[in-house]
Design a protein. Structure first.
Lengths: 115, 112
C-alpha cells in the first residue's frame, strides 16, 4: 500500500523569499513521486517527477525536489516565490506493483504568497 | 497533441437521480483513470483501465458507481442513484505505459 503525507495544509511566504513544501511518503515498492499544482478552477499540472534516476529533480517554473530514501521525503522547493505561484500543491506517489499504477495524492498544501 | 477531453464541464442534479460523465483520452494511451476530487481534498482514484480491462477498482463504490471502456478508447463513468456526498470534480486521466499522466479539466458535479 502507498500513502502520502503533506505536513502543512497552508504555507504563507513573502514574494521573493524561498518556498518549502514538505512531503513524506510510504510505498511497498520503488515509488515514482510527483508534484502537481492546481490553480483555482484550473486542471492539474505536473511540476516534476522522480522515477529512480537523479535524486534531485528539476521541474518547471523554478521548482525542484529532492528524493531522500532514508527519510522517505520528497520536499518541494523554490528559491524565490512569485505571486503566480499561489495555488494548491499536491505530492503524489505511484508504485508499480502488480500493474496498478494509479496515483495516490496527498491532501494538498495551499501556498499563499504575500506581496 | 490533443489533451484529455471530458464532458460535460458542469452538472447539477437532484439526489437519487442518475448522471454520466464521458472521457476521451489522448490517442494511443492504453491506460485510463477516473479520479474523484472532493472540495478541499486531493483527488482519489476510483478506477483504472488498461485498454478495456479493469486493473484497479478497489475504491469504486460499486453499489452506485459504474464505469466502462468498451472499445478501449473512450470511457463513461455513471452514478446511480446520486447522493449529496457525491458532489465533487470527476477527473479523467490517461497515460502511456505509466510515462506521465495527463489530466482532463474535469466535470464538476453538484448534487442538491
Amino acid at each position: 500500500a502507498q500513502s502520502v503525507t503533506q505536513l502543512d495544509s497552508h504555507v504563507s511566504v513573502s514574494e521573493g523569499t524561498p518556498v518549502l513544501l514538505r512531503c513524506n511518503y510510504s510505498s511497498s515498492y520503488s515509488p515514482s513521486l510527483f508534484w502537481y499544482v492546481q490553480h483555482p478552477n484550473k486542471g492539474l499540472q505536473l511540476l516534476l517527477k522522480y522515477t529512480s534516476a537523479a535524486t534531485l529533480v528539476k521541474g518547471i517554473n523554478g521548482f525542484e525536489a529532492e528524493f531522500k530514501k532514508s527519510e522517505t521525503s520528497f520536499h518541494l522547493t523554490k528559491p524565490s516565490a512569485h505571486m503566480s505561484d499561489a495555488a494548491e500543491y499536491f505530492c503524489v506517489v505511484s508504485d508499480l506493483g502488480g500493474g496498478a499504477d494509479g496515483l495516490t495524492f496527498g491532501k494538498g498544501t495551499h501556498l499563499i504568497i504575500q506581496p | 497533441e490533443a489533451g484529455v477531453a471530458q464532458s460535460p464541464r458542469y452538472k447539477i442534479i437532484e439526489k437519487r437521480q442518475s448522471v454520466a460523465f464521458w472521457c476521451n483520452p489522448i490517442s494511443g494511451h492504453a491506460t485510463l483513470y477516473w479520479y474523484q476530487q472532493i472540495l478541499g481534498q486531493g483527488p482519489k482514484l476510483l478506477i483504472q483501465f488498461q485498454n478495456n480491462g479493469v486493473v484497479d477498482d478497489s475504491q469504486l463504490p460499486k453499489d452506485r458507481f459504474s464505469a466502462e471502456r468498451l472499445k478501449g478508447v473512450d470511457s463513461t463513468l455513471k452514478i446511480q442513484p446520486a447522493k449529496l456526498e457525491d458532489s465533487a470534480v470527476y477527473l479523467c486521466a490517461s497515460s502511456f505505459q505509466g510515462n506521465g499522466y495527463t489530466f482532463g479539466s474535469g466535470t464538476r458535479l453538484t448534487v442538491v
